[in-house]
Write a protein that binds this ligand. Structure first.
Ligand code: 2PG
Length: 242
């Protein structure tokens, strides 16, 4: 049996302020720092070990991984950072308050922007100061102007197919520290969820999500992990922003 652990970064400052984040490089809140440390303790207490880690190039996911690995005394393992695991790009919505945007455009539209598979949020202009195309960390990367979940899934799966899946097949124990929508995309792929099935899927911050996979990397089962092991579905905290 092959084991894979997914973790969404701890609460970020913009999660706390209820703002659309996307590729904006926001750090963890005090609560998020604590969630990340606690996740490391939970993994350690439950006997998990990792040979390698994958994360995005955004500090909320990187710092979460650092804190998890620190708690597990595994800071020495190889860490692969890639933009392909970045959060879904939120286009011109990045930085806006979610409640104010809902008041302006209506719940239905905002829900489509947030949770549909194929609707893209409004595009960012290339001369917008928020455009990431000129950031050195994205040299050679086709910086998006906005993404839907399908776009995010496509690039996350390049990383999965080229790097993560071969490492899992080679017997490596892997943790992926990423973002709400990158993880929704990976879960949608692994569990072969239909578009309407993924709309309701929300992954809480800072809680390890364990996948048990067969040799073909097909999921046998998955569960969230608490201090005392597997969490019952109904006790999984709903830590998404409203
Ligand atoms: O703002 C974002 O980038 C994401 C994750 O926090 O929000 P949403 O829940 O709308 O996908």
């Amino acid at each position: 049996m092959i084991q894979l652990v997914l973790i969404r970064h701890g609460q970020s400052v913009w999660n706390q302020e209820n703002r659309f984040t996307g590729w904006t490089d926001v750090d963890l809140s005090a609560n998020g720092l604590q969630e990340a440390r606690q996740a490391g303790q939970i993994l350690k207490q439950n006997g998990f070990l990792f040979d390698a880690a994958y994360t995005s190039v955004l500090k909320r996911a990187i710092r979460t991984l650092w804190l998890v690995l620190d708690e597990m005394d595994l800071m020495w393992i190889p860490v692969h950072k890639t933009w392909m695991l970045n959060e879904r790009h939120y286009g011109a919505l990045q930085g806006l308050n979610k409640a104010e945007t809902t008041a302006q455009y209506g719940e239905e539209q905002v829900h489509l922007w947030r949770r549909s598979v194929d609707v893209r949020p409004p595009l960012l202009a290339r001369d917008d100061p928020r455009y990431e195309g000129n950031d050195p960390r994205y040299t050679g990367v086709p910086a998006p102007l906005a993404e839907n979940l399908a776009d995010t899934e496509q690039r996350a799966l390049v990383c999965w197919n080229e790097s993560i899946a071969p490492a899992l097949r080679a017997g490596r124990k892997i943790i992926i520290s990423a973002h709400g929508n990158t993880l929704r995309a990976l879960v949608r792929y692994l569990d072969q969820l239909p578009s309407d099935g993924v709309a309701d899927l929300n992954i809480p911050t800072g809680l390890p999500l364990v996948y048990e996979l067969d040799d073909m990397l097909q999921p046998i089962r998955h569960y969230y992990l608490g201090v005392d092991g597997e969490l019952a579905e109904r006790t999984v905290p709903d830590r998404i922003s409203p």
